[in-house]
Design a protein around this ligand. Structure first.
Ligand code: CIR
Length: 257
């Protein structure tokens, strides 16, 4: 069970954040509405959500997931984001996290890790090696996890242009069932895992988040919503269009623990 989350408001210059996709420029008012609905959804799932103020120095700051990794009730490690423009985002999230985890560890240079590349699946953790998370960062994280009784495996996604982070294409649902995009479904790291494979035209929604009894998914993906219901999950659909425009998904808007 998650009891807490940290989120961060999108700032006035949110539209200046990084993106590789061509979905248009986000509308600030709609971005703020979608963010508020997301925070409300986490609260409806029973979480105490701390919403940090925006900092105009970091237009991508609302994507807090990339700044820290938490093993709920146990430990936290601060990330060192792979994009130079995002490194400074960590400090504000670290200050909030320290109230729960007084001495978080930290990924050190030359390692880089974006939290969006990390997918926890029970006691196993998939670590994406991406254009943001490098081999040195992945190795540091794997050692940190091993010291805490977790196993991990690396998934190199650098050849997969369709996703920015590993978790753009995978989620772990209750019962340790993986939700996967087709391009990841045959990867040996996931062999033997129970799975739901998302249709190509709904691939964006693979970045879902199980939050206690609900599965948060991006609105507008009816086939996935139906598949989740068929498997006994309770999807909660949220508008995400303005975050998709900056290459972000549902998971990146919070650190949950
Ligand atoms: C970036 O390119 O870094 C942001 N515009 C989007 C980050 C999305 N984060 C995530 O999926 N964990």
């Amino acid at each position: 069970m998650f009891t807490h989350a940290i989120a961060r408001l999108p700032g006035a210059n949110y539209a200046d954040g990084l993106t590789r996709v061509d979905l248009g420029r986000p509308d600030l008012a709609e971005t703020l509405r979608q963010h508020a609905a997301y925070v409300d959804a986490l609260r409806d799932c029973g979480l105490a959500v701390e919403v940090l103020p925006a900092d105009p120095a970091y237009p991508d700051g609302t994507f807090v997931e990339d700044t820290a990794i938490v093993l709920p009730g146990e430990a936290a490690i601060l990330c060192r984001p792979g994009a130079d423009s995002r490194r400074g985002e960590v400090a504000a999230v670290a200050a909030a996290l320290r109230r729960h985890f007084p001495r978080p560890d930290a990924i050190a240079a030359p390692g880089t890790v974006d939290g969006g590349d990390i997918c926890e699946a029970g006691d196993h953790v998939f670590i994406g090696v991406s254009h943001r998370t490098n081999a040195a960062g992945a190795a540091q994280l794997a050692a940190w996890l091993q010291a805490r009784g977790r196993t991990s495996s690396l998934v190199d996604i650098r050849g997969l242009d369709s996703i920015l982070h590993l978790k753009s294409g995978i989620a772990c649902l209750a019962g340790e069932r993986l939700l996967l995009i087709r391009e990841l479904a045959q990867h040996p790291a996931f062999a033997g895992w129970a799975r739901i494979v998302v249709d190509d035209d709904e691939a964006y929604a693979a970045n879902a988040v199980q939050v206690n009894q609900r599965v948060l998914i991006a609105a507008g993906h009816p086939k996935l919503a139906a598949a989740l219901r068929d498997h006994g999950y309770r999807p909660l659909q949220l508008a995400m269009s303005e975050f998709a425009k900056l290459d972000g998904g549902l998971s990146c808007l919070s650190v949950r623990f």
